[in-house]
Design a protein around this ligand. Structure first.
Ligand SMILES: [Fe+2]
Ligand SMILES: [Fe+2]
Length: 486
């Protein structure tokens, strides 16, 4: 297959997934004989014929949050993000590994399939329910395979090991950032090999389980702000890049650029960076210069390759706003690099949610997300903010909530359903009588038999006021020995 043919095929495959999304959404609204339904079904079959013309039968596979069509992983762009995410979530909800469609599929069979999925989706979605429905309705040109239970048991064990490895990676990366910043401040040669390995581990962990890494990014350090901040910005950026469908190697480049976005701060006097009261004009100009210092340091200390060049650009541009205000001043026709726009958002989010000497009470994660949304189109790229919020939800991991049941809870996982970003999974930390609970995890999307939500958010609580150590609630004890971890 030539490169240009492969490109056409991938585009068609993304189109196929998008058409499937259109069908599944539209059959929830219209009756089977509606013209919009017929158009959607025909649209899907047209694309299917083009794809099947190349490959005969078509298999859509969902694996670790990614979609593959006949073995080709689909990259997602912002325009296709919602449809991609929706199909992944639907397949996960039904416990599906594969949907296999033959080129003999006709419009009536497809219509029957779509309404069968919708019917079960509104009740108790599950693999066996769907398979029985397909058998009952005589659907033979669409078959499904299951993500096996054996896989999930094994996955549980693997997940525990992966969480331990992710924690070690987190602490190890902080150590590496510290060493590199120390070397840079003394103009010693910087060895980026270890940092690259650490970032690669972060990328692997995010591809495996994004929510655990997002939990780790709630770890903030007041005393060692810059080091934790750099690692957190790296995590948020890689997670956002993953949502945008960047390849693994591009995620590695993005992670490195994010990790060193504030390298220039090594040239700012400590007492200015940590001044409790507001900065005067000259001091503020000194702080702003960290973008230029970072650019110069990276250019001087690193071998110039594509990765370093992207990092240099991010160090320079990460405080330039979407509307090209901010600092340093740039020409009004400048195109800001995608990585810089990503770091502009993740840097602001981590900074807002961390206490600093001049602002001891940090903004809670919910208010921080609302700030990003308000500033979309001004400080931040609004499309990227949308993807970021669909990743974190409006109550990001670590937000402490009071529920209308009288319970208190901490958010542990964003909603599985991208269309319902206000109903994450939470861990109950105190019951309705104020009694401490064992951290039972449940979804705020759970309903009773009549479709009424069992729990609703009453208000967001400030974790600091209650003396809660949110990172420990999320990822367990934090004091760990990282000796020997490379
Ligand atoms: Fe910065
Ligand atoms: Fe920063």
């Amino acid at each position: 297959m030539t490169e240009s043919t492969a490109r056409v095929d991938t585009r068609l495959c993304r189109h196929l997934v998008n058409q499937l999304y259109v069908i599944l959404r539209i059959v929830k609204i219209y009756q089977p004989n509606n013209a919009s339904v017929a158009n959607a079904l025909e649209g899907f079959l047209n694309v299917l014929r083009s794809v099947a013309g190349t490959w005969e039968n078509v298999t859509i596979e969902a694996m670790v949050g990614c979609l593959y069509v006949n073995g080709v992983r689909l990259k997602v762009d912002v325009a296709g993000y919602a449809s991609h995410r929706y199909i992944v979530q639907e397949m996960e909800k039904f416990g599906l590994r594969n949907i296999i469609i033959t080129d003999r599929l006709g419009i009536e069979e497809l219509r029957t399939f779509a309404y069968a999925v919708t019917e079960i989706d509104g009740g108790r979605p599950g693999f066996e329910q769907l398979r029985s429905a397909l058998d009952e309705k005589g659907i033979s040109n669409i078959s499904i395979t299951k993500s096996t239970g054996a896989d999930s048991q094994l996955d549980d064990k693997r997940a525990q090991g992966a969480e331990e490895r992710a924690k070690k990676t987190y602490h190890n990366t902080i150590k590496i950032v510290k060493q590199i910043m120390h070397s840079a401040s003394h103009f010693e040669a910087v060895k980026l090999r270890r940092a690259k390995r650490a970032v690669q581990s972060i990328v692997d962990s995010i591809l495996h389980d994004e929510s655990f890494l997002l939990s780790l990014a709630t770890i903030k350090s007041h005393d060692e702000y810059t080091f934790n901040h750099c690692v957190n910005v790296c995590i948020y950026s890689v997670a956002l890049g993953q949502r945008l469908g960047l390849s693994k190697s591009r995620l590695g480049q993005l992670g490195m650029a994010a990790l060193f976005h504030d390298l220039g701060k090594v040239e700012i006097p400590w007492d200015i960076l940590n001044k409790p009261e507001g900065l005067n004009r000259e001091e503020w100009e000194l702080v702003k210069a960290h973008t230029v210092h970072g650019t110069r340091l990276l250019a001087k200390l690193c071998r110039l390759d594509e990765q370093s060049l992207r990092a240099i650009v991010v160090a320079y541009e990460h405080h330039v706003n979407f509307d090209l205000t901010g600092y340093p001043a740039v020409r009004k026709d400048r195109t800001i690099d995608l990585f810089s726009k990503i770091v502009r958002i993740t840097d602001a989010f981590d900074a807002m949610t961390t206490s600093r000497i001049y602002r001891m009470i940090p903004r809670n994660p919910h208010d921080s997300v609302l700030f990003l949304v308000r500033e979309g189109g001004k400080s931040f790229d609004p499309h990227l903010v949308r993807v970021f919020v669909s990743m974190t939800g409006i109550y990001p991991v670590g937000t402490v909530l009071e529920l209308d049941t009288g319970e208190s809870a901490v958010v542990v996982k964003p909603s599985r359903d991208a269309s319902d970003i206000a109903r994450p999974s939470v861990s109950i930390i105190a019951g309705s009588e104020g009694v401490q609970c064992g951290g039972e995890i449940l979804s705020l999307a759970e309903t009773d038999g009549q479709g009424r939500y069992l729990r609703n958010v009453k208000r967001v609580l400030e974790a600091d006021q209650f003396g809660l150590n949110v990172p420990e609630l999320l990822v367990g004890p934090l004091g760990m020995d990282t000796a020997g971890v490379q």
